[in-house]
Design a protein around this ligand. Structure first.
Ligand SMILES: Cc1ncc(COP(=O)(O)O)c(C=O)c1O
Length: 439
């Protein structure tokens, strides 16, 4: 086995190896603590593999014998789940569709990767809209468009690159569709947690731009897609009133409302889905990351079209239709999250983290706009340079977090985090603040 100290140099001979400087030790990492095999140091993990690892390392319930045996059988095989079914697959589908997806969303589709989940949400909408308009009217679908938002991140695959507009490096020089992109009316919060004035005017600007896009692309808008909280674009939260306005616009203009919950979904907000904290129902949801298996679920609105993509074979598909190992692991996660009440836990610990950060900002200064829900917590620093420096000092303190947007720090808390661990994280943030702030 490669010496942990050589991991980066060996990798760099064969691929880009500009990842985190530590080497994940899967044997020694435990709970919220990520053990670095190279240095022996332990880090409090508030990055959770880009919001994809919900239950901490070596969770005791993963040691269950029956689960381990099922996992091994799945891992020593790799069936084409879309077309060849196993009892393990069905147990996962049943658990997800009855305990994670709300009851009024009967349609599911599974795939590996968040961007591909979004791609298939778009294909669902294009197919639906083409049939609504008349398939001969939309020039083989080429007329159809997607309304999306500034600072959106939906992935780096074919269609999604036409939507993603965060770091230009991720999309520049690749051919894209010129689909309508509109203003994102992000909320800002003061240090008491109150909304800062001005968001209604911002929302109106966005709604005006959306109406203009519907007028310009009359009868050709397949969907509006939005992350109910933009993650990589800056942990931008939207008011329920704004999401409701999107709902109304979609209904009035015969478009689907798609929520991209790849980053926010699967209990990250303390509810199965972030949209459930807002009270506004989408038509289609893309998910991934924490759910392990990625995909989409949809309500009965797609059934307006008889031969929709969930009914007509081969319109959306992939060989593996997700991955059986991920399915077995995802089902276990559902059991663990339910049994240990981890959604309630992360809702409470997120509140604790936010309250602690607000108190710290009031006391010391150095950051503001503390915001979040459940595992999704963020704040703003003066500029990107200072943000990156702060993240570096946090890592020196053994706290892992992530950048987002132009000048935000984001935490993606493990659902298992305890109050003591939140307090430890807060202590590390305090120690990492610039010396002039601490003085
Ligand atoms: C909201 C959102 N959508 C889509 C994606 C793409 O997911 P993946 O990286 O698994 O393709 C991401 C990844 O960060 C995301 O945050």
């Amino acid at each position: 086995m490669t010496d942990p100290k050589n991991v980066h140099s060996v990798l760099a001979k064969h691929q880009l190896a500009d990842g985190f400087p530590m080497v994940l030790d899967l044997e020694r990492s435990h709970g919220v603590w990520l053990h670095d095999a190279a240095s022996g140091r332990e880090y409090l993990d508030c990055f959770t593999c880009f919001a994809s690892w919900p239950i901490g390392y070596r969770h005791p319930m993963m040691d269950d014998k029956a689960f381990q045996e099922e996992l091994l059988v799945a891992a020593t095989n790799n069936p084409a789940n879309s077309d060849l079914y196993t009892t393990s697959m069905v147990d996962f589908v049943e658990a997800f569709a009855t305990r994670v997806t709300p009851a009024d969303y009967p349609h599911h589709f599974w795939v590996a990767g968040g961007a591909l989940a979004v791609e298939n949400a778009l294909k669902t909408a294009f197919d639906w809209k083409a049939h609504k308009v008349g398939t001969d009217q939309v020039h083989d679908g080429n007329d159809l468009v997607v309304i999306h938002f500034r600072q959106a991140f939906h992935g780096r695959s074919g269609y999604t690159m036409s939507l993603t507009n965060t770091d230009p490096t991720k999309v520049e020089l690749f051919p894209k569709f010129a689909w309508p992109r509109v203003h994102n009316p992000a909320c800002r919060f003061d240090l008491d947690g109150n909304l800062v004035d001005g968001v209604e005017a911002d929302e109106q600007r966005s709604i005006d731009e959306i109406k203009a896009a519907f007028a310009k692309h009359a009868g050709r808008v397949a969907c509006i897609i939005i992350e109910p909280m933009q993650g990589e674009g800056g942990d931008n939260h939207f008011r329920p009133e704004f999401l409701q306005a999107l709902r109304d616009l979609c209904d009035e203009n015969e478009a689907l409302l798609v929520f991209d919950e790849v980053q926010t979904g699967f209990f990250g907000s303390g509810k199965p889905w972030l949209w459930q904290t807002k009270g506004v129902k989408p038509d289609v949801v893309s998910f991934g990351k924490k759910s392990q298996v990625c995909g989409i679920y949809a309500n009965e609105r797609v059934d307006d079209v008889k031969d929709n993509v969930f009914r007509r074979s081969s319109r959306i598909n992939s060989t593996w239709g997700g991955n059986l190992v991920d399915m077995v692991r995802s089902r276990r996660f559902i059991e663990i999250i339910e049994q240990e009440k981890l959604a309630d836990n992360v809702a409470a610990q997120g509140d604790r983290m936010i309250a602690g950060l607000r108190a710290l900002a009031q006391d010391k200064g150095g950051f503001d706009n503390v915001r979040g829900v459940g595992s999704l917590v963020a704040f703003d620093v003066e500029d990107g340079k200072q943000r990156d420096a702060l993240l570096g000092r946090m890592r020196d303190q053994a706290l892992l977090a992530l950048p987002c947007g132009a000048r935000s720090v984001r935490f993606r808390l493990p659902l298992v985090i305890s109050a003591e661990e939140v307090d430890k994280a807060l202590e590390m943030v305090a120690n990492a603040l610039p010396a002039k702030v601490q003085a």
